[in-house]
Design a protein around this ligand. Structure first.
Ligand code: NAD
Ligand code: 6OD
Length: 484
């Protein structure tokens, strides 16, 4: 049986306590994972601390950014290994992970190495009574040891999205991957050693949340800042942990995103975009649209076209090029998503398509499959319209006016993202400005420029990462005032 180990101070570390990693495709055990105890977490944090004072802290800026480029190149060099590991952990199609997860895993190091090179700090000339003046300038230093707590839906992408800028800014990290997806973070340890990243800069500790590695990292007094992606209720617990020691947090959390489709949209583009935003990664994308509002004149045509697209998504194994949809991450998550399918039916939804599980052959039968599902006919108060499900499903409602759809779309405790489909440019801007979200896509979805601010409003998050915004979190900016 494969053993997935912790990576501490440049070494792979096994522990006595183990947990099983199940394949989402078959529910069979594919690996054992060495769970970090409080001692391993302590060792990882102390190694990260020592590395800050050691070679990493002393390394020139140019050397550091060159190393991050080398890291990205080495991920690309070992692309197939990362791809196999990510798809084994998640069950997602190769076609998806090869297009998004792994390339972004590499790009996150390159882009942030370039961002730190190109972002200036402030400079002010200040008048003084003696007429000689003073100058003020900003000087950035690393925030220190950063605890990085990760989810399972885009494991390498979302981990490197934080580790990339953290290292580019000169910090060291202790990463706690999701217990569901331990492999790519561990594999990255080999790459760190290969390109010569000093020991202790990148550490990985495996385990769960409460009373396990997640809690041990976030409550460790030598962790200087915590960056988290995951559910809102977990983020709230982490925020409480961070209060002790007044440590900064960056929280990227849940969503219940609305797509708004106006009758003047490019219909085919809106269908293609909504098929992706509702069903890609088996609906397990925080930016996904589980609420779709369609202007009444095109409502029936839209529902029929989305149904056709959903029904064309063929379930299958990652390696099969014709696979259109993989399984959910786990049996536990499958139970949660199916419970919402029942809640929708019990509430009187019209099930346009789906609503159950795929009947898969052979060993795939035990996997975590669910059908892409579309509902109509529910009132705005329905639980499947209010609560994040994180599955391949959406409810579609008709609307008549811009004002009405804005009120409905904003009536939610989350505020992560929206996708607006219209060819009326004034309306596109007007609606985007009024949506209570951190990210508004117009005539697109999940189109990323890593220099832009990424994050959520309301209960979807605190803070922004991306480009210069990541620098704000991963550095401490001090002002130097020099009297001339
Ligand atoms: P989760 O909150 O269950 O777990 C995330 C991580 O937190 C895991 O590593 C887990 O072990 C750890 N954790 C759990 N309890 C903890 C505790 N008490 N202390 C410290 N760590 C703890 O989330 P998940 O199920 O892995 O991911 C799905 C969720 O993530 C969805 O809600 C989704 O919307 C959200 N998400 C948000 C974004 C974003 O950018 N806003 C991106 C991806 C996923
Ligand atoms: O693209 C990104 O940088 C990012 N953080 C995506 C998040 C996707 C959520 O599932």
């Amino acid at each position: 049986m494969k053993l997935i180990q912790n990576f501490i101070n440049g070494e792979f570390v096994a522990t006595g306590s183990r947990f099983n990693k199940h394949s989402p495709l078959t529910n069979q055990v594919i690996a054992e994972v060495a769970e970090a105890t409080r001692d391993e977490v302590d060792a990882a944090v102390k190694a990260a601390h020592a590395a800050l004072k050691g070679p990493w802290g002393k390394m020139s800026f140019a050397e550091r950014t060159e190393m991050l480029h080398a890291l990205a190149n080495e991920i690309n060099h070992r692309f197939d290994e990362f791809l196999a590991a990510e798809c084994a952990d998640t069950g997602k199609p190769h076609s998806l992970a090869a297009h998004i997860d792994i390339p972004r895993g590499a790009a996150n190091f390159k882009i942030f190495a370039d961002v730190v090179k190109n972002v200036p700090t402030e400079f002010f000339e200040t008048a003084t009574p003696d007429g000689k003046g003073a100058i003020n300038y900003g000087y950035r230093t690393p925030v220190g040891v950063v605890g990085v707590i990760c989810p399972w839906n885009l494991p390498l992408l979302l981990m490197t999205w934080k580790v990339g800028p953290a290292l580019a800014c000169g910090n060291t990290v202790v990463v706690k991957p999701s217990e569901e997806t331990p492999q790519t973070a561990t594999l990255l340890g080999e790459v760190m050693n290969k390109v010569g990243i000093p020991k202790g800069v990148y550490n990985v500790v495996h385990g769960f949340g409460p009373n396990s590695a997640g809690e041990f990292v976030t409550t460790h007094p030598l962790v200087n800042a915590i960056t988290f992606t995951g559910e809102t209720r977990t983020g709230e617990i982490i925020m409480k942990a961070a209060a002790k020691g007044s440590r900064p947090v960056s929280l990227e959390m849940g969503g219940k995103n609305a797509a708004i489709v106006f009758a003047d949209c490019d219909f085919d583009a809106a269908i293609e975009g909504t098929l992706r935003s509702a069903f890609v990664n088996c609906g397990q994308v925080c930016l996904g649209t589980e609420r779709v509002y369609v202007e009444r004149p095109i409502f029936d045509k839209f529902v029929a076209a989305l149904k056709k697209g959903a029904e064309a998504l063929k379930p299958g194994i990652p390696e099969d090029k014709s696979t259109g949809i993989g399984p959910l991450i786990s049996k536990e998550h499958q139970r949660k998503v199916l419970s919402y399918y029942q809640i929708a039916a019990a509430a009187g939804a019209t099930v346009v398509t789906g609503g159950g599980i795929f009947d898969m052959p052979g060993e795939l039968k035990e996997g975590c499959w669910v059908q892409p599902t579309i509902w109509t006919g529910l009132p705005e108060t329905a639980r499947v319209i209010k609560e994040e499900i994180f599955g391949p499903c959406c409810h579609i409602s008709p609307f008549d006016t811009e004002q009405e759809v804005l009120a409905k779309a904003n009536d939610n405790e989350y505020g992560l993202a929206t996708a607006i489909w219209t060819l009326n440019v004034s309306r596109a801007h007007r609606v985007a400005h009024q949506m209570e979200v951190g990210l508004a896509w117009v005539n697109s979805w999940f189109l990323r420029d890593l220099r832009t601010p990424f994050g959520g409003a309301k209960q979807s998050g605190i803070g922004r990462e991306g480009g210069v915004h990541s620098l704000e979190f991963y550095t401490e900016q001090k002002n130097v005032c020099l009297k001339l």
